[in-house]
Each structure stands twice: as structure tokens, then as C-alpha cells.
Design a binder for this molecule. Sequence first.
Ligand SMILES: *Cc1c(COP(=O)(O)O)cnc(C)c1O
Length: 470
Amino acid sequence: MEEEKQRRLRALPAVHEVLAQLETEAEFSPFLANKRDLPRLTHCVRQVLQKARENVYRNISSSFADYESALWPWLKKELLQVLMFPETSLRRVINATGVVLHTNCGRALLAPEAARHVAAQAERYSNLELNIETGERGSRYVHVEQLLCQLTGAEAAMVVNNNAAAVLLMMNTFALGKEVIVSRGELVEVGGSFRIPEVLKAGGAQLVEVGSTNKTWYKDYEAAINSETALLLKVHTSNYRIEGFTHAVSGAELVELGKKYGIPVLEDLGSGSFFDGASLGFPPEPTIQQSVKSGLDLVSFSGDKLLGGPQAGIIVGRRNYLERLRANQLTRALRIDKLTLAALEGTLRMYQNGDGESIPVWRMLSYSLDHLKSAAEKLKAALESNTAIAVELKEDASQVGGGAWPTVNLPTWVCAVRPKQGSVLELEKFLRRGSVAILSRIQKDWILFDGRTLLAGDIEDIAQRLQDWK
Ligand SMILES: *Cc1c(COP(=O)(O)O)cnc(C)c1O
């Protein structure tokens, strides 16, 4: 085996040999026409040869004779690919996991309308901070404030970098050096090291825990209130459920308590949504509108979870509180970028136009079983001629992701693939390490491709990649 590997490594041409050979290949002439392109070409050749070496280390099962004859066509194909699509660090991934809000893959996808608005604002000057009427300096927040107020029913709104920043800013503005009361059942940790106790501390506030993990009562909050209390904070337990013998105090009840003692009440809604999920058969979640309506002074949520927009932290609520947030120096450090603002405006306009259901997150969550089955069937058909794998359709479940509806299993159809040689773990790695990474789910001896999160062209690319397996 080692000997075979050594022979294969020796069979690889040197960089100058590849370059000389390319001179004779017509499809490479555009890349050879200009001498200045030579360093890039050389770099790409090195890159492809390195990949070939890695393939040898990772074992290719064909015989040496096959290897030798397949080598040059393979090198040419790979080289054309890297020359035409130079590798950027940030690049496309095929998400076949069925996890709609996949944290590792960029969470929510933007709707094309929102993406177009971003591209248009990116390439031109804009009125980002210009009041066109007066010619004076304006505020970047005006571009989304009215939309947010219309959609949520709040008096005022602003946006920052993400929801973690929103919570930090709220703590720092209203509770610096003071106490914030939170239920022990709501001391949430979200992936990526966002923990409510830590964020409060970072914002300069002191956490006062009340109640127990499963039960917290109105009287628990009330007993903890003293002259140092700055805020009552409700945190949506977005990524877990406490079920059984439980009790939590609703936002509306906290509002009543806050009024009694003159203390503002805030809610971190996490994955805030304009839809309650009932039409999809999900267990009901409070919508952003409901939280605002219950009288909470400020409500914050993410832009790139169920809202289906860009990464952003949105804060809505009472005007006087929003004004204090804007006056905080931290706001400058946490401020939202113009491209994000464009993406958010584009997304919010879709909700305003009654088009919210065509935002990718909601489109994917509401696919019918027929649609999902036909996507899985289409992939199966594209794999039918592949003799290296066994293929079946299976019923399975996809996840919402992003910490939203953590206990919901969305019924789906998957195209399941089993390698005839090698293990599923090897196949998963092989798929992930192609020129476009393909992410799949593993279930026992099968690799599952869930049609829910596939986009145009993905099926063809998965089939193409599997052609090269063993
Ligand atoms: C996701 C989440 C956050 C963090 O939001 P980001 O926009 O990712 O910063 C904060 N609180 C809760 C409850 C969350 O679910």
C-alpha cells in the first residue's frame, strides 16, 4: 500500500512540466496569453498538485494504470475550475442537511429582492446619513424605523449589529452598576458563547436570579425588587423547552409588576418572528407584535433568524427609551453597516407588501410533502446511473435551526445514499471536501440529502460530485 502511494506521488508531474504541457492545450490559451498572468497560473498549478497529493494520501481505489491515465484529465479539469473560479475564503456551500437556519452556513438566506437592494446600495453613493429634504446630516436608522413601527406596532425602533449587541446595549444603558432581575428558568445560553449572565456582566449590570429552573412566580420577582433594581428582563427560551411541572411569568404580568414599582420591563425575544407558526402546525410562539402589545418597554430580536433577513439586532419599544439607547456611546461601536441596513430594509418591505411568506426561511419551512418528495425523487433519478452507491427515498424530519422551535420535527423526504465501498464517514468527508462543499446528514449507514434546503443547481452538483466517488 505504501509502495503504491509512493508510486502515485512520483507519477505527479512537476510544476514546470504542467506549465509546459498547458502550452499545447487550447482551452488554456486564454490563461497563457498574458505573461503577467504567469504567477497566478503557477500558483493554481501548485494548488491543484497539492490537492492531487492529498488524494493519494487519502487513498484512491483504482489501479495504478487507471491512475496514470486519469491523472492528466483530472489535473486539467481541476485547474480550469480554479482558474475560472479562484478560491475565495468565503464561498458557496450546498446545505443538504435540511436545517433551515444553519448557524455554520450563514443562518437566514436573503430573498432576491433584499439581495438586489444590497448590491445596488453597495455600488453607488446613497442617502445613508443624509436628509435629502434639508441637505443636512440624517440618521441611518430612519431607513427602517417606520417600517419596523408599522410592522410591530411599536412607537420607535433602532437596529444594531446583532441581538447580542442589542441586549448588551440595553443593559449598559439602563442597568450600569445596578440590578437586573431574571428568572432562573431563562438564563439562556445560545450557541457561540452568548450567555445571558455573561452579557449582563459585560454590560455592567448585576444579575439577580429569581425562582427555580422549572418554576418562577410573580411573587419571586416582586420579592427581589429593591432600590438598586434597574430592570426586569424576560428572555425567550428559544433553544430549549422546560416541560412538565413548570410555571413562568408572562410578559404582560411583568409589565404590570414593572408599572407598580416604576421599573422598565425588557424582553430578549431571541428569534423574533412576525408569524406565530400556527399555519404550519407549529406549537404557538409569541410573535413580535404580541410582545409589543403586551406593553413591554423594549423588545429585542435577531434579524437573521426567523425574520429571514441579515445579521442584525432589532430593538423596538417606547420612544423615550430608544432615545436613551441612541445617546449611549456604545451605540456607535455596535452600529449597523449600510449593506446590512439595505438587506434589512429589503426584507421588511417584503413583509409590508404581504410577501413575507416568500422569504426563503418561510418558503423552506412551508414546503409541502409533495414538493419535498419530488425534490428527493429528482436527486434519486440523477443518481440512478451511479454504480458506486445504493440510493433510496426515505421519510425523515428536518429542523428549523437557529434555536427556533427546537422541539419541532418537520416531516420531510430525503434521498438516502449508501456507499458500496468505503464507509459513510468517508463519503461524508468526500462530499464536504469537493470544490463546492456539500453538507449532508448521516443516519446509521446512510447519507441523507434533504430537499428542504436545496437550491437551484444543487441537485446537479451533488450528482456530479458523487460521480467521482470510488
Ligand atoms: C439567538 C439569540 C440571541 C443572540 O442573537 P444574535 O443575533 O445571534 O446575536 C440572544 N438571545 C436569544 C434568546 C437568542 O435566541
